[in-house]
Ligand binder design. Structure first.
Ligand code: FE2
Length: 375
């Protein structure tokens, strides 16, 4: 069966794409122990630590590591003192994404345009300087306490940003190549508010939407709309809980993160079998769907290049749409609270989000919610 997602892509005027975002520059996590989190991304996910900031580099406020895998760049920071804003953020939310940084040509223009359209400023355009040049940023709030930071590194030649020093760590890549999409969870009834925010304040357009008929199981439901920037490189789906018999997975997230926030980051790979084989070997835990999913799979998706037996063994999900197929898999939450998780995705033409997998996937999420006493 070919699943068809509702494609609401509309032609976009030059004017609407005023931000001219080039790409996701980095994702900044606030955590309790940056050294431990760095080790997880390094040893389990195969990210290469490339920069460090902390007491030794003159940063008296927080310890921070920058890691890269392909074009995906993560920054992991933890506070030295309870008076740090990172400490209060961590106390409320636990580990999670604080900033999604977007690369632009002009941080002043990005800040002026977005705040003039109703975006709430987090900081006005500023310059940080060191021997390697000038690092320019500005920032606005998005859902919850999450920020979008605009970054211009055209005049900065250092390894990441001022106070960060290059570090040399060997890493064994698992093939994770770039961020495909990042999903935000917002409160019941707030999805359209944030869809409008991305459209009006950020110049994004709506690519797809999924309603509770697409994303419901016997017990719970959610709704989702996918927003995309002008060049199509930045995709932000927004989820809200929908009415169901039991607690939606989105409500469970909100109960533990306490505000809206980033639910998952999807990272693209060119060889999901190799990537997931490696990640499993290194101890990363993934959700599993029932074996019956794989009995029905050949009829549902037709012929694929990958070996079905291996796909089954690794617990990888497959979906097909008009343009091709995709393979995807989801980790369990990657911190103690049942909040954020990671998706690994490989695309063979398909540009969707795996609608045909929603039901099986959400049933397995609910089985985990049940174990946690949260369904
Ligand atoms: Fe996803």
């Amino acid at each position: 069966m070919v699943t068809k997602e509702k494609n609401e892509s509309r032609p976009m005027t030059e004017e609407a794409d005023f931000l001219k975002i080039k790409s996701v520059d980095h994702v900044h996590f606030y955590v309790g122990n940056a050294k431990h989190a760095m080790y997880y991304w390094w040893k389990a996910f195969g990210f290469k630590p490339i920069a460090y900031s902390g007491l030794e580099t003159g940063n008296r406020e927080f310890a921070s590591y920058v890691l890269e895998s392909g074009q995906a760049r993560f920054v992991i920071s933890a506070p030295y003192s309870p008076s740090s804003p990172i400490a209060s953020h961590h106390m409320v939310h636990g580990d999670g994404v604080k900033m999604i940084a977007l690369e632009v040509d002009d941080v002043e223009k990005a800040w002026k345009e977005t705040t003039a359209r109703g975006g709430k400023s987090a900081w006005a355009p500023r310059e940080e300087k060191d021997d390697f040049g000038i690092y320019r940023t500005s920032a606005i709030y998005t859902y919850g306490e999450t920020l979008h930071v605009f970054v211009d590194r055209a005049d900065y030649k250092g390894v990441f940003a001022p106070t960060y020093k290059a570090i040399q760590y060997e890493a064994e890549s698992t093939g994770l190549a770039a961020i495909d999409h990042m999903v935000g969870n917002v409160q019941l009834g707030k999805m359209n508010h944030w869809v409008n925010f991305y459209h009006q304040v950020m110049g994004f357009r709506q690519l797809l939407h999924f309603d509770d008929k697409d994303i419901s199981t016997e017990y719970s439901a959610l709704m989702s709309k996918v927003m995309q920037n002008g060049n199509g490189r930045v995709k932000f789906p927004i989820n809200e809980p929908a009415e169901g018999k039991r607690k939606s997975q989105i409500e469970e997230y909100l109960d533990y993160y306490l505000t809206p926030g980033v639910q998952h980051i999807a990272i693209i790979t060119g060889d999901i079998i190799k990537t997931i084989g490696e990640l499993r070997k290194r101890g990363v835990e993934f959700l599993r769907v029932p074996d019956t999913y794989y009995e029905m799979l050949p009829d549902r998706v037709g012929k694929i290049k990958e070996d079905m037996k291996t796909i089954h063994e690794l617990g990888i999900l497959v979906d097909r749409d008009d343009e091709g197929y995709l393979l995807q898999i989801f980790t369990r939450p990657i911190q103690d609270r049942p909040t954020m998780f990671i998706e690994v995705i490989q695309r063979h033409g398909a540009q969707g989000f795996g609608k045909g997998n929603f039901k099986a996937l959400f049933e397995s999420i609910e089985a985990e919610q049940q174990k946690r006493g949260n369904l």
